[in-house]
Design a protein around this ligand. Structure first.
Ligand SMILES: C[S@@+](CC[C@H](N)C(=O)[O-])C[C@H]1O[C@@H](n2cnc3c(N)ncnc32)[C@H](O)[C@@H]1O
Length: 391
């Protein structure tokens, strides 16, 4: 997503469901004399709302030149003396003082996938007073299988439409679907949604932002359907009693829902089971690398990822050479090195979501680190990572 021009900011500002929920949360939390930090201020909208709610000072930190718009809007609205706009990466700004509230709209289509969580946690650790408040305070990710009509599926292009070979368009159309956002209707879902993971923004250790997010669920269908997509979305607790949700049943937002494609529809009957494993990994500054796999009624697993869509159906096992890849350059003893390699290698990532135990066994990681990663226990992960400070 590009944030240095107006297009993305206009879309976010016009999203009244998002912006009004943030406004209500800020009004509920910010008190007169509070000092507020807005991480990734963009147009400065959340800073203006904090100033209007009575904050005595608001630091609006934005790394792109759109920061000048935030400064102009602060002047225009009479908050030029309250809102201090700083154009910089939040990680480079030493806090001038501790703050009572940190507000940040750092959310991607499934919450954690915009690579903004790490800067927010870094800001929390450096800027927030003890007992201060984070907006949002917790974020959860959900998924459900769905049947979407008029989906541009690969099958159409593989089946010689108009008697012509249009097969080169098959795989790109799956990719396009992945990035396309549209509002999925509740009746499109073919099974009850499941929560995949959650993150507590007030307590999560910084290292959590660099680890994979991994969830799995056995969906049981409440009706027959031709399942052609997994749909994912998030819920963010902004303030007590104020949760922003992008669920299909909620009012539409600019996020819509993430549509995670399956190559060919899976015909399911009521009572059938679909096992889904899903993982997302931060990669550098860009969007996350995602991988997912599905198995219908205990059958073969089909593996997909955002770089190589789709891969051939497999029985869920991978050759030992692939499993050993993360350790191949000698970084295996280092958990962050291991994760970086996992993120850059779709085969290894698949192997990890299919069979974390086997991949960890082959990783060369010491036992304590393997146990931590396998447990997914944040505290345990934090303990083993203290010697591996994030660069
Ligand atoms: C999703 S937008 C939100 C903008 C604005 N707060 C709003 O609610 O409309 C996230 C913003 O964070 C900025 N950003 C991302 N990483 C940053 C960082 N490390 N330091 C400062 N700003 C950052 C982006 O440039 C972008 O403008």
């Amino acid at each position: 997503m590009r944030y240095d021009g107006l297009i993305a900011h206009r879309a976010m500002l016009r999203d009244s469901e998002r912006t009004e929920r943030f406004a209500k949360a800020i009004e509920a939390v910010v008190r007169p004399r509070h000092v507020v930090l807005d991480v990734g201020a963009g147009s400065g909208i959340l800073s203006l709302l904090a100033a209007r709610a009575g904050a005595s000072r608001v630091y609006a930190v934005e790394r792109t030149p759109i920061a000048s718009l935030a400064a102009d809007l602060a002047q225009l609205n009479g908050y030029g003396e309250t809102v201090f706009v700083i154009q910089a990466d939040i990680q480079q700004v030493p806090p001038p003082e501790k703050v009572d509230v940190i507000v940040s709209e750092w959310l991607g289509a499934i919450g954690v996938d915009e690579n903004l969580l790490a800067p927010v946690l870094i800001a929390r650790d450096a800027w927030l007073k003890s007992g201060g408040t984070m907006i949002p305070s917790a974020v959860r990710t959900f998924m459900a299988p769905a049947e979407l009509r008029n989906r541009p599926d690969a099958g159409f292009f593989r089946n010689r439409p108009y008697g012509l070979d249009l097969s080169p368009l098959a795989e790109p159309s799956i990719h396009d679907l992945f990035w396309q956002r549209r509002h999925v209707r509740p009746e499109d879902l073919a099974a009850d949604p499941a929560e995949l993971w959650s993150v507590d923004i007030e307590t999560a250790p910084l290292e959590r932002a660099f680890l994979p997010w991994r969830g799995e669920h056995a969906f049981i269908f409440s009706r027959s359907a031709a399942v052609n997509v997994l749909v994912a979305w998030f819920e963010a607790d902004l303030a007590p009693g104020n949760t922003l949700t992008t669920a299909p049943s909620a009012p539409d937002t600019h996020w819509g829902q993430l549509q995670i494609p399956l190559e060919e529809p899976i015909e399911v009957a009521r009572g059938d089971r679909l096992d889904v494993r899903f993982a997302t990994l931060p990669v550098g500054d860009g969007p996350h690398q995602l991988a997912w796999s599905v198995s219908h009624n205990g059958g073969r697993w089909t593996l997909y990822d955002t770089r190589a869509l789709p891969t051939a159906p497999t029985n869920g096992t991978r050759p030992a050479a692939t499993l050993a890849t993360p350790a191949a350059n000698g970084n295996g003893a280092h958990l962050l090195g291991f994760l970086a390699e996992l993120a850059g290698n779709p085969d290894a990532l698949h192997a990890f979501i299919q069979n974390p135990e086997q991949v960890l066994e082959a990783s060369g990681l010491p036992e304590a680190k393997r146990a931590a990663l396998q447990s997914g226990n944040e505290l345990q992960i934090q303990q083993v990572l203290v010697t591996e400070r994030v660069p």
